[in-house]
Ligand binder design. Sequence first.
Ligand code: PMP
Length: 324
Amino acid sequence: MNQQNTLQVWVNEKYVPYNQATVPIRSHTLHYGTGAFEGIRSYETPLGTAVFRLNDHVNRLFYSAESIGIQMPYTREDVAKAILDTLQVNRIGNGYIRPIVFVGDVLYHLNLAKNQRDNPGSVNLAIIVGPFNYFDVDMKVHVSRWRRIPPDCVPVEAKLTGPYVTSTLAATEAGEFYRVPEALQLDINGNVAEGPGENLFIVSGRKLKTPPRGFILPGLTRDAVIQLAKFRGIEVDDQHHFTIDEVMNTADEALFSGTAIEVYPIIGINRKPVGKGEMGEITALLQRDYAQLVRGQLMLPGAEEWVSFVPKTATLDEKVQASL
Ligand code: PMP
């Protein structure tokens, strides 16, 4: 049996077997891309399952939903608790968590506020969890013809389903046309923005540089990497727009940051090696530190709340039963 089929999905406060967790065919989100979602990681540790930056992810989920006028039917505390519960029910250690807010069976009005007035209860939340498989690729990237959607077209700092069509175009082009694992996308001004699902950093002359907020999704991992680097005494410039030429001519190292990919070395851009064409010293340091940070084994000042543990109780099946 497919491993997915044994998973329980949290849907509007109930646990539903994976293959029964479905979306109505007239879902507004399916037709118009009006969904908000998150990607969160959990890690197996000697102290139990640790979830990295749970509250920050939940806050971003609320921000994303509200940015398009979706009124969340739950509190932040409800959602955070439901995420921990869903991990527990499914006995997930190293995992990936995908909460998604979607609008149900209300196809015909684009106006989301009207839809919600006319169809109370049409906003849904599902929480899908599953085991996570580590990436193991030679991360080479190619600049895509598909640019990031500018901030005057969508709320750029929100994680909304619709705008991800541009990410899938870029990722597909990278894989199928350039035959590399990932793309790099430019912003509308032609500066380097980010990957389709990752933020970009370069190291040049021992300084870590990343594009500023404005045209990117400012990742929680990006923020963690900036804080880790400062903690390690590495100079960080997060206000500098750079062109692809600058990246190719000045980068000694390049890396992606993201919840799924964590801290990952980019060894080639547009068919040319970055630096020595292998993981550099600063990337290796940040990768090691990040691995400890997410497991609660390294503490940054002000980051005491970054790791939440899944409570250990022995009543998992009861929870599923109780939710039916
Ligand atoms: N940029 C984009 C476009 C993304 O989809 C993601 C993944 N959420 C990121 C950056 C990295 O964000 P985070 O570190 O919060 O996962």
